[in-house]
Ligand binder design. Sequence first.
Ligand SMILES: [Zn+2]
Length: 1146
Amino acid sequence: MKRGRVLAVVVGGVFCLAVMSLYRMLETMQGAEPVHGRDIAHRQMDEDLFHLQQKIDRLERLLIDNNHLVARLRDSLLHRQSPVGGANNSSDSIHIRAGPLPGCRLAEELKDGADGVQLLDVYDLLPFDNLDGGVWKQGFDIKYHGDEWAEQPLELFLVPHSHNDPGWLKTFDGYYHDQTRHILDNMLVKLEEDSRRKMIWAEVSYFSKWWSEIDGQKRALVKRLVEAGQLELVTGGWVMADEANSHYFALLDQLMEGHQWLQTHLGVKPSSGWAIDPFGHSPSMTYLLKGAGLRNMVVQRVHYAVKKHFAQQQTLEFLWRQSWDSSSSSDIMCHMMPFYSYDVPHTCGPNPAICCQFDFHRLPGGRVFCPWKIPPQPITDQNIKERALVLLDQYRQKSRLFRSSVLLVPLGDDFRYVESREWDAQFNNYQKLFDYFDQHPELHIKARFGTLADYFAALHRRLSTTGTALPTLRGDFFTYADRDDHYWSGYFTSRPFYKRLDRTLESTLRAAEILFSITLAEMRRFRGDGRLVEGFPAREHFQRLTAGRRSLGLFQHHDAVTGTARDPVVIDYGTRLFHAILDLRQVLQSSAHWLLLLDKSQYHHDQSNPFLQTDEVISAQDALPQKMTLVLSDEPRSLVVFNPTEQLRTSVISVVVDSPDAHVVVAETHQPMASQISAVWAEPGRVSAEAFQLSFIAELPPLSLVVYHVTKAPPGSTPRARYSVHRHGNPLSIQSEHFQVSALKGSEVNTPLSLSNKHLQIWSSPETGLLQKVRLQSGLVHQVQIQFLWYGTRSSAHKDKSGAYLFLPGEEGPQPYSSSEPPLVRVTRGPVFSDITSCFKHFTHTVRLFHLDGHAGKSLELSNMVDIRSEVNRELVMRLVSDVNSGNRFYSDLNGFQMQQRRTLEKLPLQANFYPMSSSSFLQDSKSRLTLLSAQSQAVASLRSGELEVVLDRRLQQDDNRGLGQGVTDNKLTASLYHLLLEERQGVAQEVGGASVEHLSLLAHLDSLSLCHPPIPMVAPSDNQLPKLRPFLPLRSSLPCDIHLLNLRMLEDPQEAGSPSQEVALLLHRKGFDCSSAPSPLPSCSWSAHEEVDLEELLAPLRFRSLRRSGLTLLRDHDEPGSAHQQRHVARLRPMEIYAFRVQID
Ligand SMILES: [Zn+2]
């Protein structure tokens, strides 16, 4: 500490000196009065001033550097003052709360401020009694006197829309050809006919496809309609994304893809969000919309009891605020539609039987009709008065649910306005009604066609003139129920194979984006003239990246990643994901190839025979990846590993080789790597004689490409894993030529199986191999049991059963998994990792410990291989049962972006207590926290204190009556992957009451990062004539632990469509982290309480020629004007926030 102080004084001195010199310089400058009439002196003075200016600039930079140095010193002093690790755990510290984790101050402050409506409290309050509300079944009778609009007339905007799913019952292309293109073609004709007509459009995936097929004249007309405000592009995402299963990387990426397209082709920037069909809503999405510059949004699918409550409180319009935000900066105005659906019967007012009569597409003689059996009538002179008053009554009732007299009424449904006739029916009949209202001022209504922009502009005007304030709201809208106890928690897991594939594509895309951007920057620097290397397929790769973004984007659609599309559509999505992964691997391979070459002139691109190849083969859209077998010899084989994370990490790399003895060295230094040879299991009880798994511990610098040499080694020279196997009551013996395999004997068969590393010891049941207990380094032993269970569905006495959307479990509740045959249990022990694998009939479960000294050795890896194809109406669940005293609370993530508190409520049915989990969930009490990190999305619940369960797969024979028309029976062999982290919490006085905002710990963040972005091994051909490769290390050091490089995304050249530009989008996310305990062991990255971050220092030695802060979707007109800060590349990064910059890398 003493040394630190001395250093602080020294730095302080330098700082003062710098300030004094700056002051003196300024003085000198002021003293130099200009002399008139003498040109030479003038020029001389200009030069002097110029030099002075330069000196001041330099000094300024020096000052900033000093500031940073002082800040870092302060941080390091704080770190030293605080107890770190298991130290200082005396009884005193239990009473006196230990200071927060140093450098955690900012995130801590955000806990304050719980104003406004908190949805968790609403849930505590609501009775969920589902009373019959009359004509508005889920609501109540709406009363009005009739004079409410005398002073402020009802101002109504009827918003025509057509909900176009990019795939559901038909594929994306199928819908496009049959419906969507006709809708858009007709839109041009019908909007042009009458300037009072309006339309909104949401899905840019469809819009861009249509645009590519229309001629210049039609394009010009589209632009005119947009400029005139007749056509509004709402949200502007590639799709209307699911908000439960999607990861925020993909949510933002599809929004960026849509927004970039709109800016390039139409020059527009969306201002209103429109999400009428996603099954529940997440504040992560609103954060992204706000960050992209949207000001308002509309949501629809919210629990009917919440809607009713909000309608009673007149809080259907609110300012949605992030739970963690203590300011109002994340607020976005949100309109929640009050009724059951977004179709016409449920949008004009509370009575669907009446509203249906104003859906003129259902006029008698057409294909659609009103299920309430009263058909619409065309508006005529004879019936107009009666019709207008009937409709006005609905409008007035609906208006009473809102605080202002401006009213939004959507007019549309799924794939509407396909035929010209439908346009005429809706627009002509409504125009007559509007004209009638205009002619009768005593009705106090002004009605017209509008867009969302029209509606929100009028709403803001009215709110400000009447001085009406809207409430703020924190929380999310999961889990959605549309009626009765029909909770939509099934889709959190449906089609888990593709939910996992989605994340594989996501991590591949991010890795390819980053490596490609760095490669182009390196090439420009290498050539020195800003141009790219000839022969490198930059344009083709950019197009692969674009196609990859769009495939990932399309899959975020609310019938895609949700697993709620028909079987052929699922195959279509799967094929797109699969091809995108293969294409993006090409980008990775050839970028890595060029970066690694010592002599760049040796680069040549051969697409059919790439120099590097990933060591994993995916043979079909529904197949799991398989490792290819590397043929080894005495000649070294080059193995390249790309670390796609911004952290120095210690990882275990596993490849499959053809020899039981292999030697791995770092190619450059010949340093040997600690390694282990393990068996490849051809069957649960049969060892492969041809293939062996080689695992070694790799130290991978941030974003680096490291080259290893693998050679065949002398027999017996590589440490081999040892095995013990057991099958309860049915002993078996396994023969292997290369491995020692023993069976448990005598008392061993009743002794818990145990494994340990430096940080942990675990015990598992000898009978099942499943985890039972965990001991931490501190000596504390925790019960952490792993169990598997089945859920069934409701008996035939019920009309409704579980399906793709709904989870309607059987009355018997969860049943313990049991199998007639005891599982084969295999224990692996080796120097690199040890594990226990349990082979059951329906799943293979492995718990693995890595023998790593650093923090990466602190978590357990859990993996499952599930196959429930033999079952009928069953769902398989993995449950953790721990002694953590968590009560009825737990936390699950929203889109990997933030943690949301959950309360398991007895008044709700079982299926209502399941929530989406994209990447993490935890339980905690004052002493410990149990975190489950996952590499895929699924449903999660904590049905009892200390318990956490995730749904692994579901096989359901029937449709659940939400339009899909089929069950979910296309199950596959499905993999799922987790890390389990048990942490002790120190100095936490007590659980913060209410809806406390919690974050993952720093270690959990780092762990999640490595789980979601695994290292990517690539192999070079076995050839001793290979060009020389050298490692590539783009960064000097790891980024701070809490700063995540979300993406480095190449932007399109504005001059040359389809080509990469010189600019990339730098996306940084500063994560909020838990302050209550210090990470132990300490990670190699640092963290700081300071918001100011020098971006060039962060990513040194990369240099930026330019850097402009931008909106999250990189629209040009978002760019902040160049501030002094930006010239120096210093940015303020607040915890929890995502930042986007346009940069040119030098
Ligand atoms: Zn939809």
